[in-house]
Write a new protein. Structure first.
Length: 384
């Protein structure tokens, strides 16, 4: 039975993502907005923002393709590492589920408003939020991932047949006008070569829409901390508050990061947080500021592979803070991060080292690549 309220109680069942037939990144507005901090800061050769203009599906393109190939070697090694993650979890007596693979013949997704290349269900934490006995499919923030949860449907359907609730949040049209550009416009390091304050119009414009990822949430029993950086996020949080009223309490934090919270702060067990820096505490709800904080050590340069200028870096060097807890004492950590492993060991955790080489190219760590569906914990009150 589906049961997952937090990220630390003994893990019983989990979904591990897949990368098969991952061929390219579609560099269009939604992709650039989502990854803008690292695209601007961490790629030595860049044209600032690609931002190819939106063209309605079936229309003649008005800009060059923004599709950027990914080297096959990196995908092959990522697949090897995903298999290693799955086997490690199975060795800890966790049942592992895998999404359907994308068929090699499926090269794009298309709606009435746009089309984009398709990506596999790799970072499965993003487009689904598990709260207790409910699956909530969240409204995607990247066009290439619009139908990503369809590849998890066999898994979700089995949980539904066992009694789980299954909800899909409203799906956005995702035209250019749908996006609140203020965060990127005010915070990006490089900035666009083309003004983003004047997005391309579409016959399907409806104004700002809810767009939101499950990885923007820190689950704490009956409490959920939600990171909000745009009006898109705020609208989705409004929906969550109304939908969850009486069952969960929502706590908003503002611009803790551009979107995801799980490379800034993770709860390792009741009373203990793993944080990027002490400054994170200033943005957390007051009860969480009283918890003990394990501060992740600064990442070392030699923790990461060296890449060519044409390899697109998507995450910050702090991506390895993105650990996965198997229980309140056991944490899966990237084996390329001895400093973090030693830090967690000093705080009494049992560290399980697991290989994950190309996390900066594929936008996720162990927490991103997994979706815990069954844990032993319940709707406890950890904040009162």
């Amino acid at each position: 039975m589906l049961n997952s309220y937090e990220d630390w109680s003994p893990l019983k069942e989990v979904v591990v993502g897949t990368a098969r037939n991952y061929t390219s990144h579609e560099r269009e507005l939604s992709f650039e907005l989502f990854f803008h901090d690292n695209l601007a800061a961490d790629n030595p050769v860049r044209s600032e923002w690609y931002y190819p203009r939106l063209s309605p599906a079936g229309a003649r393109p008005v800009a060059r393709s923004g599709r950027q190939p990914i080297k096959e070697r990196y995908v092959a090694e990522l697949i090897e590492d995903l298999e290693g993650i799955a086997k490690t979890l199975e060795s800890l007596s966790v049942t592992v589920h895998r999404p359907m693979d994308i068929d090699a013949a499926t090269s794009k997704v298309q709606t009435p408003a746009w089309e984009a290349s398709v990506v596999p269900p790799l970072n499965v934490r993003d487009n689904t939020l598990i709260l207790g006995d409910e699956i909530i499919e969240t409204p995607p923030m990247i066009r290439s991932r619009y139908f990503e949860t369809q590849f998890l449907k066999p898994i979700f359907q089995r949980y539904f047949e066992q009694g789980a609730r299954w909800t899909v949040m409203p799906r956005p049209m995702m035209t250019d006008v749908s996006f609140d550009l203020s965060y990127a416009r005010d915070n990006t390091i490089g900035g666009p070569t083309e003004p983003i304050g004047d997005p391309q119009t579409s016959p399907y414009d409806v104004g700002f829409e809810m767009m939101f990822d499950g990885a923007q949430c820190l689950r704490l029993g009956r409490d959920v901390v939600v990171n909000i950086s745009t009006r898109n996020h705020a609208m989705a949080c409004d929906w969550l508050e109304r939908h969850l009223q009486g069952r969960f309490r929502i706590h908003r934090v503002h611009q803790l990061s551009d979107s995801h919270i799980d490379s800034m702060v993770l709860a390792l067990r009741p009373g203990t947080l793993l944080v990027r820096s002490e400054a994170v505490a200033d943005k957390l709800p007051e009860p969480l500021r009283k918890w003990d904080r394990v501060v992740a050590p600064p990442p070392e340069t030699n923790n990461f592979p060296h890449y060519a200028d044409d390899d697109l870096i998507l995450t910050s060097p702090f991506i390895d803070l993105n650990v996965l807890s198997a229980d309140p004492e056991t944490v899966l950590v990237n084996d390329a991060c001895p400093e973090l492993m030693r830090t967690l060991d000093r705080h009494g955790f049992t560290v399980v080292p697991v290989r994950h080489r190309h996390r900066r190219l594929f936008g996720g760590g162990f927490h991103c690549f997994t979706l815990d569906t069954v844990r032993e914990g319940g709707a406890e009150d950890y904040l009162s």
